[in-house]
Design a protein around this ligand. Structure first.
Ligand SMILES: [Zn+2]
Length: 127
């Protein structure tokens, strides 16, 4: 059972990273398609640069390509998103065990999507 929460947490990290990408590009009026790149050298990032939280810690909060310091908000956003996914998963499993209503699953998906939208919107407003 615990392994489910670990997977859901990792999924939350990936979605958090995606939110960061959307936030970064939307505030600069860039396309949301295409690979991520260093905003100083414009070189494409490799998979090693894109692992949520891990890359930030491994490269000590700096860009591997140019050494520019990266905002701490990126791993924080990823982490909060991971925790939120775990919370929704826990609530869903608890409700489902009590009610046996499959609609609970749709409620969870709805909550996750709404959270993602709200998150990006709020982050974009405070950027
Ligand atoms: Zn860079």
């Amino acid at each position: 059972m615990t392994i489910i929460y670990l997977y859901v947490f990792l999924l939350g990290l990936v979605f958090g990273s995606f939110s960061n990408m959307l936030l970064f590009r939307l505030t600069r009026h860039e396309s949301i398609f295409g690979r991520s790149y260093c905003d100083v050298t414009k070189k494409q990032l490799t998979w090693k640069d894109l692992i949520p939280i891990v890359s930030y810690i491994y490269y000590k909060g700096r860009c591997r390509e140019c050494g520019k310091k990266l905002p701490i908000k990126y791993p924080i956003i990823e982490f909060i998103n991971g925790l939120f996914f775990v919370a929704v998963c826990w609530i869903t499993i608890t409700l489902f065990n009590q009610t046996r209503f499959p609609e609970v699953i749709w409620l969870a998906i709805f909550l996750l999507v709404m959270f993602q939208f709200a998150y990006i919107l709020i982050l974009r407003l405070i950027e």
